[in-house]
Design a protein. Sequence first.
Length: 153
Amino acid sequence: MTSADKKQMKSAARLYAVQALFQMEASGQTVETITREFETHRFGATYDDEEMVEGDVDHFRALINHAVNHQARIDQMTDRALVAKWPIARIDPVLRALFRAAGAEFAELPTPPKVVITEYVDVAKAFFPEGKEPKFVNAVLDHMAHEAKPGAF
């Protein structure tokens, strides 16, 4: 497997993590149920003759578990990056899931902050291709990165 393949699999894991965190919040399902569903039915699955990308299972699990286990701390870090009148509870649930996955990666994984920001801005573009959300995501993640990993800048 090439390094490009590994990078693509990690990128897919990030997208799947955001989808899974969104689904957990929307449905109230457990982390175990959602993780099993994604690993069984999403990674590499074919829908309408279109094959889904195979994701990095270990990275996906790490993101989901850290996002769930450290959600309060990640949400507080996100709140500090948002304007006072827009706490995390008031933002779009997809963005909330994205910030939780990215926050988990900032706080718990050794990924360089610039990589995390770039990757999750790309995830935002996938969900909001015409909107202003990717720029908003970039600004919030930059603030979160400086808080979570100040020595990286």
